[in-house]
Design a protein around this ligand. Structure first.
Ligand SMILES: [Zn+2]
Length: 547
């Protein structure tokens, strides 16, 4: 048994919210309370540890993370730079070290940060400076100058666009005569040729040519990523990557090396197979279990592909891309519900969210009519809602899976492209007030998975640099730190049907906790930005310890 004492322990257990000691028996918590009382409960073989006044929180969970991409991305070129030139310099350095013909991979650029002047790539007459024209975006020729012989594939920070060079376009067979694929778009120059930016499903034209890393490689990258996440305070995640990620996670688990609690979502394309073999939500164990079926309703704000009821400001013909309507989504949901699988659907724009809610309303009726279990369906992102839809998640008991850091990262783009609609953008306070369950995450590698950055954003609605000002962006949407903490712990546990064993430091719960040098509840909110776990315990085992 382990006894941690002389700590400030926030348990999230309503029966005992604060404690100074915690007693752990193998992988579970026996009790939280005061040292003397716990000593009486312990057996002879007791490991005692004085935490010298440090703070203990329940381990945090990221409810939306792409674990394979995140892990592999740790090895890619970081394209999140202030200028285009800076990004090109980094690429050029990598090209210098690459073997001939090797793919050059990078991630994280955002053309909105770069202010690229338009002179040499003016759009054809009549076309506005919209997403299709490529004005203000980087091009293949920018890359050709530094990488004429290596194919280059760089994903945007949003992951909804890719910037490639001519060598990559050639390998993908993409030229002036290539039509836009379904749910995708090639940016084109005045003569109709590809500029080098591929949007949404058009990304696959080139991405499909990149040799896939072997699952063993992915597992290795994941193993290296785990300590990075423990240090950030994460003890669990909900994974939104696909088959390769699942295979790698199982390999890690089989070797006893998976030291995070992972809820694995499965892509809607695999729904039939999953149903056929009888896979259900909840199958697995406390380390790795099946979550829900993931579908995509639309794109994202950055590339202006999120499906909107009204057009984007400054681009009157663009209402984004809607992948399917409510009826089609309901058909997937019905099939999933019949098989005992929940749904989790990506929806950013107000139109996309509206369609998902319509589908879920129909699905709730179906579940009831068929006597099926009431599953914990979710919406991923819930980025902007129409005023008529704000109460519907709570009414339908749909989990609002949101990413606080998106609000502060995207606030300028939201103001610019959505204008006044932003009053209901990233509106977690509105969701909480209506009674919806919040599950917070990062969508890493879209953003850093550091939950303390998310806690800061949820609590202050400010960026790390203090912008847009002390009050924050739409400050009425701020959460208290306690509410935000719950959305990073009990919320994801609820979404994973695990609230009876995860998210609290209470008797019978799994012993997942983090040790902090400072008490987040007692310090300046901006101190959250520098916080990290000094020690992380998962299932009663110290996976990280620097105290
Ligand atoms: Zn995602």
């Amino acid at each position: 048994m382990k006894l941690l004492f002389n700590a400030r322990i926030y348990t999230q257990d309503p029966a005992r919210p604060l404690a100074s000691a915690i007693l752990i028996d193998r992988e579970r918590i026996l009790a939280a309370g005061e040292k003397d009382e716990l000593l009486r409960m312990s057996d002879g073989r007791l490991e005692q540890e004085d935490l010298r006044g440090r703070t203990i929180w329940p381990g945090l969970t990221d409810a939306h993370l792409h674990f394979k991409s995140y892990s592999l991305n740790l090895e890619k070129i970081d394209c999140e730079t202030n200028t285009l030139d800076e990004c090109l310099q980094r690429i050029s350095q990598r090209v210098g070290k690459a073997i001939p013909g090797e793919w050059i991979l990078g991630h994280g650029w955002n053309q909105n940060d770069w202010n690229i002047p338009p002179p040499h790539r003016r759009s054809p007459d009549g076309e506005g400076p919209g997403v299709g024209s490529g004005v203000g975006w980087p091009t293949a020729s920018d890359l050709d100058r530094i990488a004429p012989n290596h194919p280059v594939y760089l994903t945007a920070k949003s992951l909804h666009a890719a910037w490639v060079n001519s060598a990559a376009l050639r390998l993908g067979g993409v030229g002036a005569g290539t039509p836009d694929p379904q749910n995708g778009r090639l940016q084109r120059d005045a003569s109709g040729g590809p500029t080098g930016v591929l949007l949404e499903y058009a990304m696959n034209l080139v991405a499909d040519k990149i040799p896939a890393p072997h699952p063993d490689r992915i597992a290795e990258a994941m193993e290296k990523a785990q300590p990075v996440l423990w240090r950030m305070g994460l003890t669990g995640l909900h994974d939104f990557d696909r088959r390769d990620s699942f295979v790698a996670l199982q390999a890690l688990h089989a070797q006893g090396k998976l030291k995070l609690r992972v809820t694995k979502n499965i892509p809607v394309e695999s729904l039939e197979h999953a149903a056929e073999i009888g896979l259900r939500t909840g199958f697995g164990d406390d380390r790795l279990r099946i979550g829900s079926v993931k579908a995509f309703m639309d794109g994202a704000l950055g590339p202006q592909t999120a499906a909107m009821i009204q057009p984007y400001i400054g681009d009157p013909d663009n209402r984004g891309i809607l992948n399917m309507d409510a009826e089609q989504l309901f058909e997937h949901g019905r099939r999933a519900a019949d098989a005992g699988l929940g749904m989790t659907v990506h929806a950013i724009g107000d139109r996309a969210n509206h369609e998902v809610l319509n589908a879920y309303e129909q699905l709730r009726g179906y579940e009831k009519q068929q006597g099926l279990p009431h599953l914990r369906h979710r919406i991923e992102h819930v980025q902007v809602l129409h005023p008529d839809d704000t109460a519907r998640l709570a009414q339908l008991n749909v989990v609002a899976s949101m990413q606080p850091i998106h609000a502060t990262s995207d606030m300028l783009a939201a103001d610019r492209f959505w204008g006044e609609r932003s009053v209901l953008a990233y509106a977690w306070r509105t969701q909480l007030n209506h009674g919806a369950k919040l599950a917070f995450g990062s969508d890493a590698p879209v953003e850093s998975p550091n939950p303390f950055l998310g806690l800061h954003a949820a609590h202050t609605r400010r960026r790390a640099d203090g912008s847009p000002g002390p009050e924050g962006w739409y400050p009425e949407q701020k959460l208290t730190l306690a509410e935000a903490l719950e959305a990073y712990s009990l919320g994801p546990a609820y979404a994973a049907y695990a609230e009876n064993r995860l998210g609290r430091l209470a008797p019978g719960y799994l012993a997942d906790l983090i040790v902090l040098e400072q008490d987040p509840f007692a310090c300046d909110p901006d101190d959250l930005l520098k916080m990290e776990s000094a020690a992380t315990l998962i299932g009663g085992e110290w996976v990280l310890k620097s105290i």
